[in-house]
Design a protein around this ligand. Structure first.
Ligand code: WTA
Length: 649
């Protein structure tokens, strides 16, 4: 069992200077659950409020009344908290270090520069008629303008919806429509690993789709100068709009519960849902978790390798670090370009102290052997972090030993788009580490394990991970569909938030996330609904039926395994497999590329016609001996057929 593995005690040098040592963690945690009102009233003071909140917590998880409000009578502005209030003390300090895809390109942007440019953009947005409550879709490369765009929206009270640059035109269209965005901000092209991605072309294609005519303007950052189409009257160059604006822009006074952003994520059913995050609670939680989990100290260089298109980028590249006056590094490229030593080279180049990345990146490097980082020393590193999927103990140990030179604690942070910020994680000065465990809950977070009937399980055990009470950073709703929010998260178990994850708790009370228990895949840390991929496939004229499951993948964590039943008279050729692969990539985006397609003359179904995914998962994982009970199948022979033609990967 994994409990027998190494335990890494807290390092004394870290504990001595940390925001929380073990005793502090215990005391603060206890207070946070005994007296959440008092605890969070105090924590809210880390922000600058236009009007300080007097009502702290008004929350209900009851399924007939899911209602979550924090600091509700307070007023503040997120951009002012991330920028204005730092000017006096650290106006000349670097806010963002930008490292380009090409290693010869980088720049430092001070808090004052970020403030001025953000204000100019905010004024530009106003000129376009964007105001409080309007939504803006961002489809951008990892360039400082992405952070500026988020902050400019926040400054004027517009709600941003960032769409990851790897998504397809259809996915962009779906999100523009879902959020009712009157403006899209993009770039001509993005550059990753030396290759150009045609963002503007994708936006053009997206905006030909029915229903996207809500979008009136497209604001385009010139990143590469690559050739693009131009629609007069609709398209504008970023610099044409922004350069001429004033560098002052009064921040809008926002209610604590006014929306800050929408972020789409995949669920087990239906189309991706736009989670709604609000202002005061979100920023309090993002800032506090960033300070404590990364033990951030003044002057340190902090680097989160996520993309701003994901929640990790929102909370831990932009909002958390900037609210804390940190120096945050933003990297445009990929860890493997131009060499596999790139991550370490960047650490040395910018003297990075804290590196927060994903298990999939660690495993990809690990596959190249211990010498992969030989071009760098990484002496500046003090702390490492992991997020997005379970980190297997082997990868944890390698991360610790090779990247961190055996001197950096690793914070394995479990959280979700829905939670807004880190929920379960070690604190570097307080928590002994066990490789593969996210360890203990953050302040104010009350995790619990339940069985399938919702009974609370005590002690060392395994079950479904739920959260028993509200925390300030959590999503408040699904944009435009509160019923779906209630249905998805609060109707499985009474009065609990259901995470969708399975989890084990050991005898020390440590949490070990075991992965999703629903039909959500986690491929290289990217969330994907099997239902989304299936509906893409069945839209192809050759496909009668499709079932998608995950299977264990050495580097990606999970790979995508697809069973396809073709229509009569269609030949199951390799050409067609390629075509279906392209089809899904085009429909959803390259991140949804199938790893395996198996032709399935029939799918295992119950007599009532329900596909038995449990069996398909086992076959994909090559665990054909342990298929369990197949007696409820309408036609058990299809299983033998599938096993016989299983595709090895
Ligand atoms: C998984 C990313 C194990 C989990 C912040 C969760 C993790 C989903 C971890 C959310 C971790 C995230 N250990 N599993 N440290 N972090 N997950 O919304 O299954 O993109 O439900 O948020 O990723 O993914 P999302």
């Amino acid at each position: 069992m994994s409990e027998q593995q190494n335990v890494y005690p807290v390092r004394e040098d870290i504990a001595a200077n940390a925001w929380a040592d073990e005793a502090t963690y215990q005391a603060m945690y206890q207070q946070s659950v005994d007296d959440p009102e008092g605890f969070w009233a105090e924590q809210a003071k880390r922000l600058d409020w236009i009007k300080a909140p007097t009502k702290i917590k008004s929350t209900s998880f009851a399924r007939d009344n899911v209602d979550i409000r924090w600091f509700e009578d307070g007023q503040l502005n997120v951009a002012a908290n991330c920028l204005d209030r730092h000017l006096e003390k650290r106006g000349d300090q670097t806010a963002i270090i930008w490292e380009g895809d090409d290693p010869s390109e980088s720049k430092h942007i001070s808090y004052r520069e970020l403030y001025e440019r953000t204000n100019q953009l905010a004024n530009g947005l106003k000129e376009l008629g964007v105001g409080k409550g309007d939504t803006v879709t961002l489809y951008m490369p990892m360039i400082p303008e992405a952070a500026m765009a988020m902050l400019a929206c926040a400054r004027i009270g517009a709600v941003h919806s960032v769409v990851f640059g790897g998504f397809s035109p259809d996915a962009v269209a779906q999100r523009v429509i879902g959020a009712d965005s009157k403006l899209v901000i993009t770039a001509d092209e993005s550059v990753r690993g030396g290759k150009q991605v045609p963002l503007k072309d994708n936006v053009d294609a997206a905006l030909t789709r029915e229903g996207t005519n809500v979008c009136q303007n497209v604001l385009v950052v010139k990143r590469t100068g690559g050739e693009i189409e131009w629609k007069e009257g609709r398209d504008l160059w970023f610099s044409d709009l922004v350069d001429k604006q004033s560098t002052e822009c009064e921040p809008e006074a926002m209610g604590a519960e006014d929306p800050l952003f929408i972020l789409y994520t995949s669920g087990s059913t239906g189309a991706p849902k736009g989670l709604k995050h609000t202002t005061g609670g979100y920023l309090t939680f993002a800032a506090m978790t960033h300070q404590y989990v990364f033990d951030y100290h003044e002057g340190e260089v902090y680097w989160c390798t996520a993309d701003v298109g994901w929640v990790t980028g929102h909370s831990y590249i932009v909002y958390g670090p900037l609210a804390n006056g940190a120096t945050t590094l933003m990297f445009e490229g990929v860890p493997s370009y131009p060499t596999h030593g790139r991550l370490g080279d960047i650490v040395d180049k910018h003297n990075v102290n804290i590196l927060y990345t994903a298990p999939t990146a660690v495993r990809a490097l690990m596959a190249h052997g211990d010498n992969v980082m030989d071009s760098s020393k990484r002496d500046s590193l003090r702390l490492l972090g992991s997020v997005g999927e379970p980190i297997n103990p082997e990868a944890w140990e390698w991360f610790y030993r090779v990247i961190g030179n055996e001197k950096c604690p690793i914070v394995d942070t479990w959280w979700q788009t829905e939670t807004g910020g880190i929920m379960i994680s070690p604190l570097p000065g307080a928590t002994p580490l066990k490789p593969g465990s996210a360890t203990k809950p953050f302040f104010g977070v009350q995790p619990a394990l339940v069985d399938n009937e919702g009974n609370l399980l005590e002690g060392a055990t395994e079950g479904n991970l739920v959260i028993l009470d509200a925390w300030p950073g959590q999503a408040r709703s699904i944009w435009g569909d509160h019923d779906r929010f209630v249905q998805t998260y609060f109707s499985t178990y009474d009065n609990m938030y259901f995470t969708g994850d399975g989890c084990r708790r050991d005898e020390d009370g440590y949490y070990w996330i075991t992965g999703r228990v629903d039909d959500v895949l986690n491929v290289s840390g990217h969330r994907m609904g099997t239902a989304e991929i299936e509906s893409s496939l069945v839209a192809h004229s050759a496909v009668a039926e499709a079932a998608v499951v995950g299977f264990p993948h050495d580097i990606k964590g999970q790979g995508i395994y697809i069973y396809v039943t073709l229509n009569d008279e269609i030949d199951p050729t390799d050409e067609l497999k390629k075509e279906l692969t392209q089809w899904v990539r085009k429909d959803i985006g390259p991140i949804a590329s199938p790893d395996v397609i198996q032709w399935a003359p029939g799918l295992p179904k119950t007599r009532s016609g329900k596909i038995m995914r449990r069996i398909l998962r086992k076959i994909a994982a090559n665990e054909c001996d342990g298929l369990g009970d197949t007696s409820t199948l309408a036609d058990p022979s299809v299983v033998d057929e599938l096993i016989e033609h299983r595709v090895n990967k």
